[in-house]
Structures are given as C-alpha cells and as structure tokens.
Design a protein around this ligand. Structure first.
Ligand SMILES: *[C@@H]1O[C@H](CO)[C@@H](O)[C@H](O)[C@H]1NC(C)=O
Ligand SMILES: *[C@@H]1O[C@H](CO)[C@@H](O)[C@H](O)[C@H]1NC(C)=O
Ligand SMILES: *[C@@H]1O[C@H](CO)[C@@H](O)[C@H](O)[C@H]1NC(C)=O
Length: 265
C-alpha cells in the first residue's frame, strides 16, 4: 500500500536547506556505493561514456538532457550512474531526476524520504501522461535539468516487447527548449540484482553499458509543431522514434557484449 505521497512533489519543488543537505548526502552516498559495486565488485565495460560526461559538464545551461534506457532490474537506477565520473557523482545538482513507482518506492515514510532525497518523484502507473510527476519533470526540463526515464514503465522481466509509455513524448514535446536525448542500453544488471528472492546484490558479473549518440530533438519538435500535430499525435511519434533508436542501440550493445565477454575455451 502506498502511504500519503501528496507532500512529496511540493516539498521537492521548494526544498528547505536541511532537505537540500539530506539530498546531497543521499545522492553522494548512493553514487559512491553504485560506483564501487558496478566498477570494482563486478566486471563492467562502459562504451562511449564521453557522450554523457560531456553533456553533464558542457551543455548550454538552458538545454535540458533526457536519458532513456532499458529496465532490467530494480538496481538499474542508481546502478547505471556507477559508470559516471566521480566528480559528477559528487555534484548532485547536476545529476538526474527520476520517476519511481509510487506503489513500490514510496510505501512508507522512510522510503519516501530516501527516494525523494535521491531526486526521485512518485509516478502513479496507469494514471496517464497528465499527472503531477510528469508536470514536475517538464518543470525541471524548463530549468535545463537532466531527467532519466525508463520508458517501458516497469522492469522488463517477461522478456517480451513492451511498448513505450507516452509520458516521455509529452515531456519532450512540452519542454520549452527541446532536450538532447541520450539512449542508454545496459546488459547484466538483472544478474547483479536478480528479479526474484532473495533480492541480494551479486558480485563478479559481466556488465556492459553503452551510451548512444546524442539526439537533438529540436528539429522533430519543430516539424511536429509546424504540421499542427495534435498533442497525442506528437507524443506518439516522439515515443515511437525513441523506441526505435533504443532498439538499434540494443542490437549494437548485444554484439559488443558478446564480443567483449567471449567465453575462454
Ligand atoms: C524486453 O526484453 C526482451 C528480451 O530481452 C527484448 O526482446 C525486448 O526488446 C525488451 N523490450 C524492451 C522495450 O526493452
Ligand atoms: C497550421 O495552423 C496554422 C494556424 O491555424 C495555419 O496557418 C497553417 O497553415 C497550418 N499548417 C498546416 C501544415 O496545416
Ligand atoms: C564473463 O566474461 C569472461 C571473460 O571476461 C568469461 O570468461 C566468462 O565466461 C563470462 N561469464 C559469463 C557468465 O558469461
């Protein structure tokens, strides 16, 4: 059961100074933990990290960043960010905002604090694209922030094709400055934190992380506006386009993973 979550988004929107401090401590601690787990205690090969490093450090301050990735395990976020540079993990204000399921991550006040200090806000799955959490993300994009999305909207356990949720399409279409999107494909996170009990973190697994080429959404958004596309049509086209990009990256990443971790006979 979800506890009362109505206070979270207003609190995160206007954080007090003690809230900021708690958030900084949480972000840094979780970032360092992820780095140790992913980079030292497991084998990990990271491709094209310079793409994300460069965008975190050097993008125009008004230009928002959106990352999209596959979702294989409940440790994907923060695990993926274990691949980032240390100095980025030490600057929580530059780190991503994320959506987290209200009925999983915000079920008691302790978890609600932990996840909201960790820059996650509760999304109500099934409540559609017009909800507070999505509005909140559009506000962050308007400030040039970085937002991470798992567009499948849940951990992909069934191994079937999941159609992306349209929230990502709404955020990009309604962002005052169209964002740069970086697709990320990762392999092996479901070995680090399996999707079945006991939910215990594992060591010495083979992991691959691949940052895809940045996609500037400006032209696509401009074209949709010029063609008077309805909001719904625009959301659908943007979402389908990004799904295709992520699937291309999947194929590429699977080949890299197989090549890098070739079994020694
Ligand atoms: C879900 O997993 C299956 C099997 O790994 C894969 O074929 C499918 O593309 C995945 N879906 C998405 C949207 O990642
Ligand atoms: C879009 O709407 C505007 C104003 O209603 C109109 O002037 C323009 O011709 C329309 N463009 C297209 C491609 O339909
Ligand atoms: C992990 O990669 C190593 C080579 O680096 C390989 O020998 C080993 O078989 C791989 N493990 C699995 C489970 O694929």
């Amino acid at each position: 059961m979800a506890s009362n979550i109505d206070w979270i988004i207003p609190t995160v929107r206007k954080p007090s100074s003690w809230w900021r401090l708690a958030s900084t401590i949480t972000m840094v601690a979780v970032g360092l933990f992820s780095k140790v787990l992913i980079r030292l205690l497991n084998r990990s090969k990271v491709h094209n990290r310079h793409v994300i490093s460069n965008l975190i450090s050097n993008r125009d301050p008004s230009r928002p960043l959106v990352t999209v990735s596959n979702h294989h395990s409940c440790f994907d976020d923060p695990g993926i960010w274990g691949t980032l540079k240390l100095n980025h993990l030490l600057q929580p204000s530059k780190m991503r905002w994320a959506l987290a399921a209200h009925d999983i991550c915000f079920t008691c006040w302790q978890h609600s604090y932990f996840f909201s200090w960790g820059k996650c806000v509760p999304v109500i799955r099934g409540a559609g694209v017009y909800q507070d959490a999505v509005d909140f993300m559009i506000e962050q994009l308007a400030k040039g922030a970085w937002v991470h999305i798992f567009p499948e909207g849940k951990v992909n356990m069934t191994k079937e094709h999941i159609r992306f949720k349209w929230g990502i399409g709404r955020m990009i279409f309604e962002s005052p400055v169209p964002p740069i999107v970086v697709p990320i494909w990762h392999i092996g996170m479901d070995d680090v934190l399996p999707n079945e009990p006991p939910y215990v973190l594992r060591l010495r697994k083979n992991l691959t992380f691949n940052y895809g080429d940045p996609i500037d959404m400006t032209e696509m958004v401009k074209a949709l506006k010029a063609a008077n596309a309805s909001d719904e049509e625009a959301r659908k086209q943007i979402t389908d386009f990004l799904q295709e990009k992520l699937m291309q990256l999947k194929t590429e990443t699977e080949a890299l993973h197989a090549k890098y971790y070739k079994k020694k006979c």
